[in-house]
Design a protein around this ligand. Structure first.
Ligand code: NAD
Length: 484
């Protein structure tokens, strides 16, 4: 019996309710959630109505949090401790609904505790500023003080499937830390972990009107979440097309949009090729390649390309993929069969256009093997568009300027990885790459949960996430001046 078969025998069906200001509400119409590895029905979540959305928003709008900084600190720290104590259960839930392997899910739960730790500590910091006013000839002997206040209205948060816990907690924890009220709509593909997180926060002492969780059909409920007069800010992480739809809909709302990525790893001829291939493989296959900052293109200077490709294939072969509940597996499924089929299609199209398939492109349902393609050209769909899965396309280049031009040559601008030790070239790339981040000798996704994170061009409007920046964007800055 496989590990998955064993776990499916003992899987009770999860029947989730909405959380409207903490109250559990069932609805007749439901969305089914299936385990991507075997397609088994694992749970249902309600389809909220527009009236449910209005009620959640209104309750939140009318609530003023009484929590002190210390109160928020305690809730966030306690939630972090609960998450740490339930690490295995939460990891299993993530694996169940996403098909991510247990190694990835365990890592994700660990990150969630870090997010809470940073949010808790930043809740203690008063980052108000003081400006003396006698600085110029026009000055006076007064002072201007700044004060950050929670928004008057509610924050709508909409999250993607790829990190069922981390994407959600990166929106919720800064909201708690800043005393805001949030209505969250998680991905309908991975909604169960978001409900579990809400319950943990209530258990840790969060006043329920500060967080509601609603699942439903975006076609029915999204407009209300985006346009209601009760909403002041929409924070969205997901794909470009939905992000641009939201940008057009949520008129005169503040918008934080974290969209797709097409991140390159750029390997120059002086690089440690072994290290570069290790980074490329882990950046491409972790989380089944479903990270906005996954390595999605490998740009390698011609003189080291043969060696790089040889090592990349070797490291790809070593990736054990399969049943996500097998604790020895390095990579589980992607989110669904339709996505896996899409990878097959773009890889086949690249091969038909002259690329060489060196490993993989094998699919069974939503299980798609790690895949290496060499001799890819920048015009091929597999690299021109975002391939949100475990595909490693290698593009060979001759000159530094050519690498920069290819790296900047897509609609995206999220992050990047650069493998070289030449400081002159590092500074040149950092200046020239049109990206939100450049990580030298690290994967594009490297960051702390606290550091600023986010992209430009089609990857986002430039407003950053990461706990510190999210807290800033969730506040109004008020100034007041005093005569002393
Ligand atoms: P998606 O855009 O399909 O869905 C994201 C969310 O939007 C879901 O909750 C979905 O229900 C909701 N949605 C769908 N239609 C909507 C509408 N009309 N109005 C409002 N909301 C609507 O994205 P996905 O497939 O879940 O996630 C994958 C994408 O997310 C990839 O492109 C990936 O790069 C991106 N992503 C970006 C970041 C980042 O920080 N930049 C992080 C993770 C993922």
């Amino acid at each position: 019996m496989t590990a998955s078969a064993a776990s499916s025998a003992s899987r009770p069906l999860i029947r989730e309710s909405l959380r409207i200001a903490g109250e559990k509400v069932l609805r007749d119409r439901v969305i089914e959630v299936r385990h991507p590895y075997d397609g088994e029905l694992i749970g249902t979540v309600p389809k909220a109505t527009v009236l449910d959305v209005r009620q959640a928003l209104k309750t939140a709008r009318n609530f003023r949090s009484p929590l002190t900084r210390h109160g928020r600190y305690e809730i966030l720290m306690k939630a972090g401790a609960i998450i740490a104590s339930r690490r295995n259960d939460l990891a299993r839930l993530i694996t169940l609904e996403s098909g991510l392997c247990l190694k990835d899910s365990q890592y994700e739960v660990g990150r969630a505790s870090d997010v809470l730790l940073f949010a808790a500590n930043l809740a203690l910091v008063d980052d108000g500023q003081v400006f003396s006013c006698d600085l110029t000839a026009h000055g006076k002997n007064r002072k201007v003080y700044t004060l950050r206040e929670p928004l008057q209205g509610v924050i709508t948060a909409i999250t993607p499937f790829n990190h069922p816990l981390n994407q959600v907690i990166h929106k919720v924890a800064p909201a708690v830390a800043t005393n805001n009220r949030m209505v969250l709509k998680p991905s309908e593909k991975t909604p169960l972990t978001a409900y579990a997180l809400a319950d943990i926060l209530y258990e840790a002492g969060l006043p329920p009107p500060m967080l509601s969780v609603l699942t439903g059909d975006p076609a029915e409920i999204a407009d209300e979440l985006l346009t209601s007069a009760d909403v002041d800010l929409v924070t969205f992480t997901g794909g470009v097309s939905v992000g641009k739809h939201i940008a057009a809909k949520a008129v005169y709302k503040r918008q934080v949009l974290e969209l797709g990525g097409n991140d390159p790893i750029i390997v120059l001829e002086d690089a440690d090729v072994e290290e570069a291939a290790t980074l490329a493989a882990s950046g491409s296959y972790r989380n089944s390649g479903q990270r906005c900052t996954a390595v999605k293109r490998m740009l390698v200077q011609e003189s080291v390309a043969d060696r790089f490709v040889e090592l990349l294939v070797e490291k790809t072969r070593a990736v054990k993929y399969g049943d996500p509940f097998d604790p020895t597996v390095d990579m589980g499924t992607v989110i669904d069969e339709a996505s896996a089929r899409r990878f097959e299609t773009v890889v086949n199209e690249a091969v038909a256009g002259g690329a060489r398939l060196l490993y993989g492109n094998v699919r069974r349902g939503a299980l798609y093997s790690p895949t290496v393609l060499d001799q890819v050209t920048p015009d091929m769909t597999v690299v021109r568009e975002e391939t949100f899965g475990p595909v490693s396309p290698v593009i060979r280049f001759k000159t530094v300027e050519e690498a920069i031009s290819i790296a900047n040559g897509t609609a995206y601008g999220l992050s990047s990885s650069l493998c070289t030790n030449r400081i002159d070239l590092i500074t040149h790339f950092v200046r020239e790459l049109q990206m939100g981040s450049v990580n030298v000798r690290e994967v594009p996704g490297y960051r702390l949960e606290m550091t600023p994170f986010g992209g430009i061009k089609d990857s986002g409007l430039g407003y950053k996430e990461g706990v510190q920046e999210a807290m800033k964007s969730y506040c109004n800055t008020k100034t007041y001046s005093l005569p002393w």
